[in-house]
Design a protein around this ligand. Structure first.
Ligand SMILES: [Zn+2]
Length: 394
């Protein structure tokens, strides 16, 4: 074992510390001022006032800056090849977004080697870490054959434990005339090949992708194989996705852009997290979901990037926070909670998204005195340091 992981470090001089543990500090963010954190190996060992901090092997002076849990990005599509610059450019020049553009990436991804896909994914994970993301979910969905979906998940599993089987992203081009045949494949042979490499099962429940009955069949088959569901729901139009997610006990319903009052009530009365993905609305010039409406109803809200080459090619959680505050009615505190603790809830993790004894030492130090600067200073790179499981990454 690396000697470094057995040493303790005290991070002291923290001007403002977001713990997300109301038992440790003020408000839902559990805010502490003039704080210190002790890291022992990969774990947080102690949190409290700097004046009371115990001795440690090493000392890091935060110099009055803000520390928070590393971002938990609970929704990303990062196993792919190619890009869609031309499509984005065309859309920003007046054309509209439909689900069909995914097939462009499918063709490029199928043509790529394992090494290319792995290198692309490693680059995006690194890009996310540099911006403070310490946990990232990763979906398949650009292979759409048994071999290509299983390969995407194998590659993803080498980079994150949060892998999601999304064979039901769109109907594979080979099955354009036989969508029922594709659902049979997704719930049969493809699921058999993918389940060993996946924690979650997901489906794009949307006009032009999969309807409510198809989505139910796909999620139910995944559940029977031990996967936990999450759903791309109500992104482009009203539909059955959110209700289905709640009914099947999904960890999250993602997008939630077009919600009826019944959808909002269903989320508020469930364990299913409403994951909002403002990068998608930004990048498709679409109407934003209302974070305010969901929060006021009592739903748990997460923020995530939806990082993908078609509809949201950003890996910046800080950008998502800024947009959520400016466009979705969320306060800076709510948006920062949603990007950290909310993401952890959406992945049903209790060891991340929080700075508390026993939690993973996933920490983001900002070049700013407060977490509010994530929204107050949009577009400004504020990462001063990042620790992932106690290891300094940035
Ligand atoms: Zn997505």
């Amino acid at each position: 074992m690396n000697a470094r992981t057995t040493r303790t470090t005290v991070i002291t001089g923290i001007g403002s510390l977001v713990t997300n543990d109301p038992g440790q500090g003020a408000g839902p963010l559990g805010l502490l001022t003039d704080a210190a954190v002790v890291v022992d190996g990969g774990t947080v060992a102690w949190v409290g006032p700097a004046a009371d901090a115990p001795a440690a092997d090493e000392r890091f002076d935060a110099e009055g800056r803000a520390l928070l849990p590393g971002f938990v990005d609970s929704h990303a599509h990062l196993v792919f090849a190619g890009d869609r610059t031309a499509e984005f450019n065309a859309r920003m020049s007046g054309q509209s977004y439909t689900a069909g553009g995914i097939r462009t990436t499918v063709a490029a991804t199928r043509a790529a080697s394992d090494a290319e896909l792995d290198a692309n994914l490693a680059r995006f994970v690194r890009e996310a870490v540099r911006q403070g993301t310490t946990t990232i979910e990763c979906k398949s969905g650009y292979g759409l054959t048994v071999e290509d979906e299983a390969r995407a998940l194998r590659i993803a599993a080498a980079h994150t434990p949060e892998t999601t089987y999304l064979g039901a992203h769109v109907v594979a081009p080979e099955y354009a005339e036989d969508p029922a045949g594709y659902v049979d494949l997704v719930t049969g042979e493809m699921l058999d090949a993918c389940a060993p490499h996946a924690r979650w099962v997901d489906v794009f429940c949307e006009q032009g992708a999969f309807d409510g009955e198809q989505a139910r069949a796909i999620l139910t088959a995944g559940i029977e194989r031990g996967l936990t569901p999450r759903v791309h729901a109500n992104q482009l139009s009203y539909g059955p996705g959110v209700q289905l997610a709640v009914e099947l006990g999904a960890a999250s319903a993602d997008h939630c852009t077009h919600l009826t009052d019944e959808d909002v009530a269903a989320l508020a009365g469930s364990r299913t997290v409403a994951t909002l993905l403002p990068g998608a609305e930004f990048s498709t010039r679409a109407e934003y979901p209302s974070g305010r409406r969901l929060l006021d109803a009592g739903a748990v809200v997460a923020l995530s990037t939806d990082c993908n080459p078609g509809s949201s090619f950003t890996s910046s959680m800080a950008f998502c926070i800024a947009v959520a505050v400016r466009e979705m009615g969320m306060t800076p505190d709510e948006a920062v909670w949603a990007a950290t603790a909310g993401g952890a809830r959406a992945l049903r993790r209790t060891d991340v998204g929080v700075v508390a004894p026993g939690a993973r030492a996933d920490l983001l130090l900002l070049d700013a005195p407060s977490h509010v600067h994530l929204a107050y200073r949009p577009g400004v790179p504020l990462t001063a340091a990042v620790w992932r499981a106690g290891v300094r990454e940035v």
